[in-house]
Design a binder for this molecule. Structure first.
Ligand code: B12
Ligand code: SF4
Length: 471
C-alpha cells in the first residue's frame, strides 16, 4: 500500500539559495511521527512531502493520501485534497485545524482524524485494508500526565538537506498556560510529558550532534525537566527549542539546560506592555524582567529568538517604534514579529466574534502576517503598515550584523536566523498589497467554523487552483 503524507506549504520560512529551497527551521515532526505509528510493516510504503521544501507529486500513484492541516494552510490542504479525490484516491485529513473545525474539514475528505493519532492512525489503516474506512476517527487515548510508547519518528523518510536541523525530538505536548490567542490549550487540554527513557532513546538515535525540539513549552514542569536534562548531559548533544520567559527563574534549571547542550531558545515575549500581557492571559511574562531574562540566557550562551506581537487591544500607533527600540535595547538576537490573530477555537476568536471585530474568515489570511481583526486603537491598515515597518527597521543590515557579532560563539546561528527574517521582510514587501479583507457572510452564531463550511463561505473557485509552481 502506497501512502502519500503531505504537509502543505507554509511559505514563511523558505530560504532560496539560488535554485534550491531550504527551510530555515527544524524538520517537521508530524509526518515522521505518523509514519512511525504503523511500525515495521512491509506492505506499507510511505512517501513524505513537506511542501515547504518539496513539490507535491500530483500524479503519485497513492492508495491513500494523508494531509496535515493548520488553519493558515487549510485552503491549500483542501485544494490538494480535491485534486487527489478527483483522481479517485482516498484522502484523510488530520492536524490542528481539523481537530478544531472537523465538520468543515470533513467536506473535503473521505475521512478525518480528530486529535492525536497514536491509536487512530493504525486503526484507520487496518480499516482501509478491509475496505471499511470510517468517516471520522476520534482520539480516545487517556489524557494521562505521561505519554508512553511513542515510537522514534521516521526521520529517514524526510529530505534532510531541506532543513537547518533535520532531526526533531518530542519531549512533551500541550502547555500549562492558556494565552487567549493560542491554539495549543484549545486543542490539547492537558500538558503531557513523554517518559524520560523514551526521549533519551530517541536522542541517542540522532546520528549527528545537533537536534531540535519543537514543543511549545517543555520546561514548565520544572522537576520533570530537571530529571530529563540531567539524563541528557552524558549524550553531549547540542540542541535548541522553545521556552517561556519563566525559564530563567530557576538557576538550577538554567545550569542543567546549558549542561544538557541547549544553545538556542525561541521565547514568546509578545509585548513590552504589561497591560497587554495581562489582557491576553500571559501575565506571567513580566515586561520589567525581560532585561534580566535576556542577561541570564546570554550569560548561559543561549541565542534568543524573541517573538513580539502587534495588534493587542492596548496597542496604539506608538507600539511599533517602542517595540523596535526595546528589542534593540534588550539585545534580542533574532527578533520576530506577528500580528495578533484570532485562530478558531481560541478564546480570542470567541471574543472577537462576539464583539463583531473579525474582518476575514478566509483561513489563508490566518498566517499572522495579515490583519484579520479590527484593532481597538488604530485602523487595520495602520496595523499592517506598522508591522511591516517594524520588520524593515529591525532587519537593516547594520542592525543584523551588530546582533550577530554581539552573539559571540553563536554568531552562525544568529546570522542565519537574521538572514532568514531579512529574506522574509523582502517577501513581505513584495507580497500582495494590504487589502481590507472582505468577510464573506460572517456567521450568524458563535459556533465558530462549523458555520463556515458552506460553498459560499469557503470560496470554492480559489480552492480548486492547485498550484503547480516549481520551487
Ligand atoms: C513545529 C511547528 C511548526 C513548524 C512545522 C509545522 C508542521 N506541520 O510540522 C513550522 C515552523 C512550519 C510552523 C509554522 C507555523 N505555525 Co506552527 N507549530 C509547530 C508546533 C510548535 C509543533 C507541531 C508538531 O510538530 N507537533 C508534534 C506532532 C507529532 O504533532 P501534530 O503535528 O499535532 O500531529 C499529530 C496530530 O495532530 C495528528 N495529525 C496531524 N496531522 C495529521 C494528518 C493526518 C493525515 C493524520 C491522520 C493525523 C494528523 O497526528 C499527529 C500524531 O499524533 C505547533 C504547536 C503544537 N503543539 O502542535 C505549532 C502550531 C501548529 N503552529 C501554529 C502557527 C500559528 C504557525 C504559524 C502561523 C506561525 C508563524 N507565524 O509562522 C506558521 C504557519 C504558517 C501558515 N501558513 O499558516 C499554531 C497553529 C494554529 C492553527 N490553528 O493552525 C500552533 C498550534 C502553535 C500555537 N501556539 O497555536 N509551525
Ligand atoms: S502562547 Fe505559549 S505559553 Fe501561551 S498557551 Fe500557547 S504555548 Fe502556552
Amino acid at each position: 500500500m502506497k501512502i502519500l503524507l503531505i504537509t502543505p506549504d507554509a511559505h514563511m520560512h523558505k530560504l532560496y539559495i539560488g535554485p534550491h529551497v531550504r527551510s530555515c527551521r527544524e524538520a517537521p515532526l508530524t509526518l515522521t511521527t505518523l509514519a512511525a505509528l504503523t511500525g515495521e510493516d512491509p506492505d506499507i510504503e510511505y512517501k513524505l512531502v513537506d511542501e515547504s521544501v518539496d513539490l507535491v507529486p500530483l500524479d503519485f500513484p497513492a492508495d491513500l493520501v494523508g494531509i496535515s492541516v493548520m488553519t493558515g494552510t487549510a485552503r491549500r490542504a483542501y485544494a490538494l485534497a480535491d485534486h487527489f479525490r478527483f483522481r479517485g484516491i482516498k484522502v484523510v485529513l488530520g492536524g490542528v485545524h481539523v481537530s478544531i473545525c472537523p465538520q468543515e474539514a470533513a467536506q473535503f475528505a473521505d475521512s478525518i482524524v480528530v486529535g492525536m493519532a497514536e491509536r487512530t492512525w493504525p486503526q484507520l489503516i487496518a480499516d482501509l485494508r478491509q475496505g471499511k474506512l470510517a468517516a471520522r476517527y476520534d482520539d480516545d487515548s487517556p489524557q494521562d500526565a505521561f505519554v508512553p510508547g511513542l515510537p522514534t519518528p521516521r526521520w529517514d523518510l524526510l529530505r534532510k538537506s531541506g532543513y537547518m536541523l533535520p532531526y526533531t525530538v518530542q519531549f512533551t505536548r500541550g502547555c500549562v498556560h492558556a494565552c487567549d490567542f493560542c491554539t495549543v490549550p484549545a486543542v490539547w487540554k492537558k500538558f503531557q510529558r513523554r517518559p524520560v527513557a523514551d526521549i533519551i532513546r530517541d536522542i541517542k538515535l540522532v546520528p549527528g550532534k545537533r537536534f531540535a525540539v519543537s514543543d511549545v513549552s517543555p520546561f514548565d514542569d520544572v522537576a520533570w525537566a530537571k530529571e530529563l536534562l540531567t539524563a541528557m548531559i552524558p549524550l553531549k548533544k547540542k540542541w535548541g527549542g522553545l521556552a517561556t520567559t519563566r525559564v530563567t527563574d530557576d538557576p538550577e534549571l538554567m545550569d542543567l539546560l546549558v549542561k544538557a547542550g541547549c544553545n538556542y531558545l525561541l521565547i514568546g515575549f509578545e509585548s513590552t506592555e504589561q497591560s497587554s500581557l495581562k489582557q491576553i492571559y500571559k501575565g506571567f511574562n513580566k515586561s520589567d524582567d525581560y532585561k534580566e531574562t535576556v542577561r541570564i540566557l546570554h550569560k548561559s550562551g543561549i541565542t534568543i529568538q524573541g517573538c513580539f506581537v502587534f495588534g493587542f487591544d492596548h496597542d496604539n500607533a506608538d507600539i511599533f517604534a517602542t517595540t523596535v527600540q526595546r528589542v534593540t535595547d534588550l539585545g534580542i538576537d533574532i527578533p520576530r514579529y506577528s500580528i495578533y490573530t484570532p485562530y478558531p477555537g481560541t478564546r480570542l476568536f470567541q471574543r472577537m466574534e462576539q464583539e463583531g471585530r473579525i474582518l476575514s474568515y478566509d483561513w489563508a489570511d490566518y498566517d499572522t502576517m495579515h490583519v484579520v481583526h479590527r484593532p481597538m486603537n488604530m485602523s487595520p491598515v495602520a496595523l499592517y503598515e506598522g508591522f511591516r515597518w517594524a520588520y524593515k527597521e529591525t532587519f537593516k543590515i547594520k542592525s543584523m550584523l551588530s546582533r550577530a557579532f554581539a552573539s559571540g560563539l553563536n554568531f552562525p546561528i544568529t546570522l542565519a536566523g537574521n538572514i532568514t527574517y531579512r529574506n522574509y521582510v523582502t517577501r513581505l514587501y513584495r507580497s500582495r498589497a494590504f487589502e481590507m479583507p472582505v468577510s464573506s457572510a460572517a456567521p450568524t452564531t458563535n459556533s465558530q467554523c462549523e458555520e463556515l463550511g458552506t460553498e459560499q463561505d469557503r470560496g470554492a473557485p480559489r480552492l480548486l487552483s492547485v498550484d503547480r509552481r516549481a520551487v
